[in-house]
Design a protein around this ligand. Structure first.
Ligand SMILES: Nc1ncnc2c1ncn2[C@@H]1O[C@H](COP(=O)(O)OP(=O)(O)O)[C@@H](O)[C@H]1O
Ligand SMILES: [Mg+2]
Length: 358
C-alpha cells in the first residue's frame, strides 16, 4: 500500500507536443483514483510516467515516500493492466499468472500460493489449466488482472482495461474491480474515457482536458458542482444543456428568450452560460415556466423518457418521467426545477459562477 505524490509533473514529447501540463496531485494510500477525459487528453501519458514507461520532462514522482522519478519500472513495485492484455498464448492460465514471479525467482511454494489466492479472488480456478485461446474476452481480462495481483504490488495502474469488452461484460467487470479494490485495499489509479466508469469506480476523479487538470473531486461533487463548463459537459449522460445569454440586474436571460431567471446577487454582469441538467427540467405545471417547446425526438428508456427539442435555438434534452402521451411533434410547456441549474462564465475557462445542486 502506498500514497503517491505527483509534483509539478510535465510531459513534452520530443516533437514538442505538450501532452501533460504541469500537474500536481496527491493520491492517498488505498485510494481508487480515476483519471478521466476525452481521447488524447494525456491520461495514458500520465499513467505511463507513473509506471516508469515514459520519461518525465520535469517534476517528481514520489511513491510511499520514495522518489522514483529516475527509477526503472521493475523497481517501482507497480503493476499495470492495459486494454490489450497480452497473455502468452502457449502457456496455460496458471503459467501466465506465475510467469512474472518465476522470472523474479520466488520460491515455488510461494508462487503456487499466490496464484491460488489470485485465482480464488477472480473466480478463475476452473480455468487454470486452459490456454488463453480457450477463454472468453472477460476471462482473459481476469487472467491479466490475476497476473497483476500475484505480484502484490504497492500500486495498481489500469489503462482502460475494460475497453475491449462488450457492454454487458464491461458492467460486470466494473463491479468486480470495485469488489477487488475493497478486498485488497491497494492504491489504484484507473484511466478511462468513460465517465460512467469514472463515476462508479472512483473514490475521487481527476478530470483532464488537453493535458490540464480541470477538477479533482468525489464523484457527486463533480456532478453537483462542476468547476467549469468542460467538466459540466463531460460528466453526466445525457450531457448538460447549455444556453448562452446575459446576466443583468440579478437575472439571467437566455438569448432569444423574453423570460428572466432569478439568480443570486453579486454575479458579474454580461454574457454568461446557463447549464441545465436534463433532469432539471420537468412538465410539472407548478414549476416556473421556462418555455413552450416542440418535441423533435422521444426516447422511451423504460424507467424514464428522454425528449429532445430546440430551446431558444439550442438543441436540448430533458429527462422526464415515463408518459405515454409524449410523442414527436407534441408541444409541451417545460418548467425549471428549483435545483439543477448552473451558471458559467462565457469567456476564458468558463468557470462556474453559481448554481443549485440537483
Ligand atoms: N510519442 C509521442 N509523440 C508525440 N505525441 C504523442 C506521443 N504519444 C502520445 N502523444 C500525444 O499526446 C497526447 C496525449 O496522449 P495520451 O496520453 O495517449 O492520451 P489519452 O490516453 O488520454 O488518450 C495525444 O495528443 C497524443 O497524440
Ligand atoms: Mg490512452
Amino acid at each position: 500500500m502506498a500514497a503517491i505524490q505527483l509534483e509539478r509533473l510535465r510531459k513534452v514529447y520530443p516533437n514538442g507536443y505538450v501532452a501533460v501540463e504541469t500537474f500536481d496531485l496527491e493520491i492517498r494510500d488505498g485510494e481508487f483514483l480515476v483519471l478521466v477525459g476525452p481521447s488524447g487528453c494525456g491520461k495514458s501519458t500520465t499513467l505511463r510516467m507513473i509506471a516508469g514507461l515514459e520519461e518525465v520532462s520535469s517534476g517528481r514522482i514520489v511513491i510511499d515516500g520514495r522518489d522514483v522519478t529516475e527509477m526503472a519500472p521493475a523497481d517501482r513495485d507497480i503493476a499495470m493492466v492495459f486494454q490489450n492484455y497480452a497473455l502468452y498464448p502457449h502457456m496455460s492460465v496458471r503459467e501466465n499468472m506465475a510467469f512474472g514471479l518465476r522470472m523474479r525467482k520466488l520460491p515455488e511454494h510461494e508462487i503456487e500460493a499466490r496464484v491460488g489466492q489470485a485465482a480464488a479472488i477472480l473466480s478463475v480456478e476452473p480455468l487454470l489449466e486452459r490456454r488463453p485461446r480457450e477463454l472468453s474476452g472477460g476471462q482473459r481480462q481476469r487472467v491479466a488482472l490475476g497476473r497483476a495481483i500475484v505480484r502484490q504490488p504497492k500500486v495498481f495502474l489500469f489503462d482502460e482495461p475494460l475497453s475491449n469488452l462488450d457492454a454487458k461484460l464491461r458492467v460486470q467487470m466494473r463491479t468486480e474491480l470495485a469488489r477487488l479494490h475493497a478486498q485488497l485495499g491497494t492504491t489504484m489509479i484507473y484511466v478511462t474515457h468513460d465517465q460512467v466508469e469514472a463515476m462508479t469506480l472512483g473514490d475521487r476523479i481527476v478530470v483532464l482536458h488537453k493535458g490540464v487538470i480541470q477538477q479533482v473531486d468525489a464523484p457527486m461533487a463533480l456532478y453537483q458542482r462542476p468547476a467549469n463548463r468542460f467538466v459540466a459537459g463531460f460528466i453526466g449522460s445525457p450531457a448538460m444543456n447549455v444556453l448562452p445569454g446575459e446576466l443583468r440586474n440579478g437575472c439571467f436571460r437566455p438569448a432569444g428568450s423574453e423570460r428572466d431567471l432569478q439568480v443570486p446577487s453579486g454575479l458579474p454582469e454580461g454574457p454568461a452560460l446557463l447549464g441545465l441538467r436534463p433532469e432539471g427540467l420537468a412538465l410539472d405545471p407548478g414549476l416556473p415556466v421556462l418555455s413552450e417547446v416542440s418535441l423533435d425526438v422521444v426516447e422511451r428508456m423504460g424507467h424514464e423518457t428522454l425528449v429532445y427539442f430546440q430551446l431558444f435555438g439550442q438543441p436540448c434534452v430533458a429527462r422526464l418521467a415515463p408518459d405515454a402521451t409524449l410523442a414527436m411533434g407534441r408541444r409541451v410547456t417545460l418548467g425549471l426545477k428549483p435545483a439543477g441549474w448552473h451558471l458559467f462564465a462565457a469567456e476564458g475557462e468558463q468557470r462556474r459562477l453559481s448554481g443549485t445542486q440537483a
